[in-house]
Design a protein around this ligand. Structure first.
Ligand SMILES: CC(C)(COP(=O)(O)OP(=O)(O)OC[C@H]1O[C@@H](n2cnc3c(N)ncnc32)[C@H](O)[C@@H]1OP(=O)(O)O)[C@@H](O)C(=O)NCCC(=O)NCCS
Length: 222
């Protein structure tokens, strides 16, 4: 899948809290609440009634979106992610995600850049059974600092949601730092809800928030 949309690179540098996530992270995963409250269930019901994704508007210059093609792209992917995320990932983690679920990795390249080679955004995900449900899981998402607030991150997530829907996932889950307000705003803007807080989830001991997007009724039924 490849398409061209438009986005204008920003000339300003944004200072952001960098983070990472992944359920391969096995730090203290102490949730405050393992069962769903009535409020959360009611919220999920509302979402299911009105579930639709915000349309990403194209901007002024060209970004090419594509699906991961193979091992030759791993270096540029790692370079972008390692610049932006604080959590260290080994080559094995990348190969696990990209080798098993290449169709769930979407890349954004600036086609106005020399040789169309500049990777400016990436999302990496997986899917797996979780109890009776098929759970999509967004493992990493990064947009180059100079290309933020152009809709690229949202578009990468929308491609992921669409693909996971085609794959018949029942829900999509991810974790991010409790303090990563820009990521939380992005996901909430696409319909994700806050599910639980995970104390000391990350390597450095920071708390995470788990976000969820139900794709059908099954989540409530289970
Ligand atoms: C989080 C991240 C991927 C967002 O990418 P992006 O391309 O800038 O996101 P978008 O342009 O699609 O923004 C979508 C929405 O997210 C929210 N958002 C994004 N950046 C924001 C910021 N700096 N401040 C407040 N809200 C922000 C806004 O609601 C925005 O919608 P709007 O522009 O219409 O107001 C990017 O900031 C990033 O790479 N951060 C570092 C890595 C990281 O934290 N990854 C997330 C780990 S889960």
């Amino acid at each position: 899948m490849t398409d061209i949309v438009s986005a204008t690179p920003s000339t300003t540098t944004t200072t952001t809290t960098t983070t990472s996530n992944g359920d391969h992270n096995t730090n203290n995963n102490n949730s405050i609440n393992n069962s769903l409250s009535a409020d959360v269930v009611a919220q999920l019901g509302d979402i299911l009634d009105t579930l639709h994704l915000k349309t990403v508007e194209d901007k002024d210059c060209s970004i090419r979106y594509s699906v991961y093609k193979g091992e030759s792209q791993i270096k540029e992917i790692m370079d972008l992610i390692e610049c932006e995320l604080s959590e260290p990932y080994s080559i094995f983690t990348y190969r696990f995600f990209l080798g098993m679920w290449p169709q769930l990795c979407f890349l954004a390249h600036d086609v106005t850049d020399e040789n169309n080679k500049r990777l400016v955004g990436i999302v990496i995900s997986k899917s797996a059974k979780h109890g009776k449900l098929l759970r999509g899981y967004i493992g990493m998402i990064v947009v180059d600092k100079t290309y933020r607030r152009l809709g690229i991150g949202s578009k990468l997530v929308r491609y992921t949601v669409e693909k996971m829907t085609q794959m018949l996932c029942d829900e999509i889950v991810l974790e991010t730092l409790m303090t990563n307000h820009q990521a939380i705003a992005l996901y909430e803007g696409l319909g994700f809800i806050r599910l639980k807080r995970l104390f000391g989830y990350y390597t450095m001991g920071e708390d995470a928030i788990r976000l969820l997007l139900p794709l059908n009724q099954k989540f409530i039924d289970t």
